[in-house]
Each structure stands twice: as structure tokens, then as C-alpha cells.
Design a protein around this ligand. Sequence first.
Ligand SMILES: [Zn+2]
Length: 212
Amino acid sequence: MCADCTLEHKGVLFLDELCEFSRQHLEALRQPLEEHSVTVARARAAVTYPADFMLIGASNPCPCGHLGDAQGCTCEPRQLSAYGNKISGPIKDRIDLVVSVPRQEYRDIFAGADEEPSAAVRDRVEAARRRRGEGAGHGNAALTGREILAAARATAPARRLLALSGERLHLSARGFFRVLRVARTISDLAGEDRVGEDALAEALHYRIEMAG
Ligand SMILES: [Zn+2]
């Protein structure tokens, strides 16, 4: 699977049923997620291919798919823990946003869509990128730790919140900078020059969902 991820270079790698992949396959994503390339080693040679993609994964909350809903989960405790542990700490550490999506009610399907259309979301994203003077393909994700510290211009309360939460959540250095990049992006979308407490709290929330 991992060699194939070069096909998604500059695109999106979408893994449906993420927790159904073998741990070995998921671990193989560490190199491309960190280095944006993948090395395929054979007996005579090793070849490195580009693999800079956005990883998106979807997963049920548990093997039977009913954890937390009205129908009720029928999984054994050991099944639940094996399912949750399929994604290792290092892989979790490389995922920026985790969002729980509640089961859709039938009445909502017929209620009509009042969501923001994709074109409007694209306009907001493009406006945020223009404000930051970014060219296509280079976002906050590409900034180094030192660069994101400078670009965030975090307020004093935001810095305090990050320091406190970092200790409580046992954030790695990688996790710390990832939270800051997400908070910078949230602030960009809101048209805010500095990363404040609210943006930082939202960014931390996306990470806490993964820890839970
Ligand atoms: Zn279940």
C-alpha cells in the first residue's frame, strides 16, 4: 500500500475504515507523513518516490459501529481496546484534526441542506491564504517549528494555555508545533492577526478527541 501512496503525491490519500488496516500498513505511513517521500527497497536497490499528500481517514467508533448510539454497542471490551490501539501513538501524533461525526438521522436527510456550500468554503480558504501571502501548495503545514512560532504571534494568554495543556496532554514537540499550526490556520480563517486563546483552545480540542 505504501509504495502506492506516491500516486497521491500533491493530492489526498483517503483511507476508509482506517482501523481495519493492519498496524504494519499504518506504520508504513510514518515516513511519507514526515518526509513527504517513500522509499521502496528491493534486493539490488532502493528508490525514493515523492509522496506529499493529505491523509484523510474515516473509521467507525468500534468494530460493530454502534458505540455511543441508541442501538448500543455489542463489542467485547478486548475488541474495543484492540480497535483503538490499531493506530499507534506516533501515527496519532502526525494527525492534526480528529472530528467525531454523529450518525445522521433520517429526518435530517429530508430536512434540506442549509450547510455552507463548498464554493463559499473555498472562497474563505483562498482569502485566508491571500492574507498570509501564501502561494498555492504552501500552507502553515509547511512551516518549520521556528517559523510557526514567529508566524503565530500568540497572545500571552494563548501561550499560557498552550504551555499548560502541553504538560497535561503530554504533547511531544511535534504535537506542540502541530497544535500551533492548526491554531494559526483557524486564526487565518477568522481574519485574526494573532493566535488567541479561542483559536488555540479549538486546535487543542481536535487533538484531545484523538487522545480520547
Ligand atoms: Zn461496538
